[in-house]
Ligand binder design. Structure first.
Ligand code: ATP
Length: 491
C-alpha cells in the first residue's frame, strides 16, 4: 500500500534529511530560501538520473553533447526575449509587506471569496459602460478571476476587492508589477550597466548559439540534436514544495534541429520518447500525463507545447516541457548577432533556418518525482517499513553486503565480496545490529539488493540475495553475484 499522500511531502523532507538525500542550503545559518544541497545518497540519485538521461538522449548517432558556460553575452538574453518577457506579475501588500506572484495569490483565495470579489467588482463598474465593455471578455472566460488578475490593466480594480491572505487587510495591494526572474551580476571589476551579465535561466540558449559550431565540427546533417545538462537560476518570487520550485536547479535539455516541414512528426516523436523515459525508469504510468498548452497560453517562442506532468501529492505539476520553437530562436540570434545561422541542405541546395523541437526536463524536479513515486509505507509482519522502490539503475546504493554475525569467518567472506563489487558498483558494507534492522535501513535508502553471508556460506560458498520490493531471498554462489547484478541492472 502506498503511503497516505496528504502528509507525504513532510515525510519525504524528513526522510531526505535523516538519510542524507537532501539538506537545506546553509542550514546552520537558518537556510537560504529556494536552495537545497544534495547529501551522500541524494547526489548518487541525482547523478544516476542525469546519467540515464544522458545515455537515453545522446547514445545515438543523431544527438551530440555540449557543456556551455553559465555566463553568456548579455545580448543573448535580449535576443531570446528573456530581458523583455521572462517576468512574473507580482503584487505587494502595503500593510504587511508580503509579496505574492499573482497566479499564486489567486490559488490562495477560496472560491467563495473569489465570487464575492468579482461581484463587488461588477457592482463598482456597472454605471460606467466603458468599463463594462473593457471587462466583458474577461467575465466570459472559464476563470474570470484569474484572467482579470493576470492582466496588469484589469487587475487594478479587482485587487482593491481582495483581502491579503497574510494579514487579512483589504485594499492594501500595490498594482501588479513585472518582476524579471533573471539573477543579475557584473562581469569584471566595474559594477556599471555595461558590465551586467545574467546567471542563465535555462540551458537552451547555450545550445542555440553553438548550433553551427556543433553541426560543422561533428559533421551532422539535419535532423540532429544537441543535448546539455547544467545549472539554471531563476529568482522565483515564491519557492515552494521542496525541490519543485527552487531558485537554483538543474536542467536536462535537448534541442532537435529539423526541416520546418517535418515539425509535426518530430514533435510527436519526442513527446512519446520522453514519456517513455520516465516509465522505463519505473515511474508509475497512471501518475504521468500530457498537458497540452492551450493556444492562448503558449510562450512567445512556441507554436505548440505540451508538459509532461506528474501527480505530486499537491496536484499535477510539470516535470518536462516539449515545445515546437519553430525558427524563433535561431532567427533571433541571427538578428541580434548579425551572423548567419542558416543551414545549407546538400540535397535540395537550399539554405534555411532550421526549426527546433525542444525537450526540457528539470533534473531536480525529476529527482523529486522519482523520490515521491518510489516512497511506500508497508506493513510487514506487524511492523511498518518505509521503503524507496527506486528502479535499480537509479538506486543510490546498488547492493549492501551484510555478514550475519561479525565472527566465525563471515566478515572475511563478506569483505572479499565487497572488494570485488566495489570495483563496479556503489555498495555498502554493514555489520552492525540485527539483520532485520539492517534490511530496513537499506529499504529506506532504496538499496535494491542485500547480499547476506551466513553459516551456510562458510560451508558451500553461497550467499542469500534479498530483493527489496518482494523481500524474497534466493541463494546463489558467491562467484555468481556480479553477473546476477549485471543482469538486474540492465534496462
Ligand atoms: P513552471 O511553469 O513550473 O515555472 P516553466 O514552464 O517555467 O515551469 P520551463 O521553462 O519549461 O519551465 O523549464 C523546463 C523544466 O525545468 C521544467 O519542466 C522543470 O522541470 C524545470 N524547472 C523550471 N523552473 C524550475 C524551478 N524553479 N525549480 C526547479 N525546476 C524548474
Amino acid at each position: 500500500m502506498s503511503a497516505d499522500r496528504s502528509d507525504i511531502i513532510d515525510k519525504i523532507v524528513s526522510l531526505a534529511k535523516r538519510r542524507g538525500f537532501v539538506f537545506q542550503s546553509s542550514e546552520i545559518y537558518g537556510g537560504l530560501n529556494g536552495c537545497w544541497d544534495y547529501g551522500p545518497l541524494g547526489v548518487e540519485l541525482l547523478r544516476n538520473i542525469k546519467e540515464e538521461w544522458w545515455k537515453w538522449m545522446t547514445y545515438r548517432e543523431d544527438i551530440e553533447g555540449l557543456d556551455a558556460s553559465i555566463l553568456m553575452h548579455p545580448k543573448v538574453w535580449e535576443a531570446s526575449g528573456h530581458v523583455e518577457n521572462f517576468t512574473d506579475p507580482m503584487v505587494d501588500c502595503k500593510q504587511c509587506k508580503a509579496r505574492f506572484r499573482v497566479d499564486v495569490l489567486s490559488e490562495m483565495i477560496n472560491e467563495k471569496k473569489k465570487t464575492k470579489a468579482l461581484e463587488e467588482l461588477r457592482n463598482s463598474i456597472i454605471d460606467d459602460s466603458r468599463l463594462v465593455d473593457k471587462y466583458s471578455d474577461a467575465f466570459q472566460t472559464e476563470d474570470p478571476f484569474s484572467t482579470i488578475l493576470e492582466d496588469a490593466d484589469l487587475s487594478v480594480k479587482l485587487l482593491h476587492e481582495i483581502n491579503c491572505p497574510q494579514c487579512g487587510n483589504k485594499s492594501t495591494f500595490t498594482t501588479a508589477r513585472k518582476f524579471n526572474l533573471m539573477f543579475k551580476t557584473f562581469i569584471g571589476p566595474v559594477e556599471d550597466s555595461n558590465a551586467v551579465v545574467y546567471l542563465r535561466p535555462e540551458t537552451a540558449q547555450g545550445i542555440y548559439v553553438n548550433f553551427l559550431n556543433v553541426q560543422s565540427s561533428a559533421r551532422q546533417k539535419l535532423p540532429f540534436g544537441i543535448a546539455q545538462i547544467g545549472k539554471a537560476f531563476r529568482n522565483e518570487i515564491n519557492t515552494k514544495n521542496f525541490l519543485f520550485r527552487t531558485r537554483e536547479f538543474e536542467q536536462m535539455e535537448m534541442q532537435f534541429f529539423i526541416k520546418p516541414a517535418d515539425d509535426k512528426k518530430w514533435y510527436e516523436y519526442w513527446k512519446a520518447e520522453r514519456l517513455q523515459w520516465f516509465k522505463t525508469l519505473g515511474m508509475t504510468g497512471n501518475k504521468l500525463r500530457y498537458h497540452d498548452h492551450p493556444r492562448k497560453k503558449l510562450a512567445h517562442y512556441a507554436k505548440v507545447a505540451t508538459d509532461i506532468e506528474y501527480e505530486f501529492p499537491f496536484g499535477w505539476g510539470e516535470i518536462e516541457g516539449i515545445h515546437n520553437r519553430t525558427d524563433f530562436d535561431l532567427s533571433q540570434h541571427e538578428k541580434f548577432s548579425g551572423k548567419s545561422l542558416k543551414y545549407f541542405d546538400d540535397e535540395s541546395k537550399e539554405k534555411f533556418v532550421p526549426y527546433i523541437i525542444e525537450t526540457s526536463a528539470g533534473a531536480s524536479r525529476s529527482f523529486m518525482a522519482f523520490f515521491i513515486d518510489a516512497y511506500y509505507e508497508e506493513e510487514v509482519k506487524g511492523e511498518m517499513r518505509s521503503v524507496l522502490k527506486f528502479h535499480p539503475r537509479l538506486a543510490p546504493i546498488k547492493t549492501a553486503i551484510l555478514p550475519l554475525v561479525n565472527k566465525d569467518g563471515m566478515p572475511e567472506i563478506a569483505q572479499e565480496i565487497e572488494k570485488e563489487l566495489r570495483r563496479n558498483y556503489k555498495v555498502f558494507y554493514d555489520d552492525k545490529g540485527a539483520i532485520g534492522r539492517r534490511y530496513r535501513r537499506q529499504d529506506e535508502a532504496g538499496t535494491p539488493y542485500c547480499v547476506t553471508v551466513d553459516t551456510q556460506s562458510l560451508q558451500d560458498k553461497t550467499v542469500t540475495i534479498r530483493e527489496r520490493d518482494s523481500m524474497e531471498q534466493i541463494r546463489i554462489p558467491v562467484d555468481g553475484i556480479s553477473s546476477y547484478l549485471n543482469d538486474k541492472l540492465k534496462l
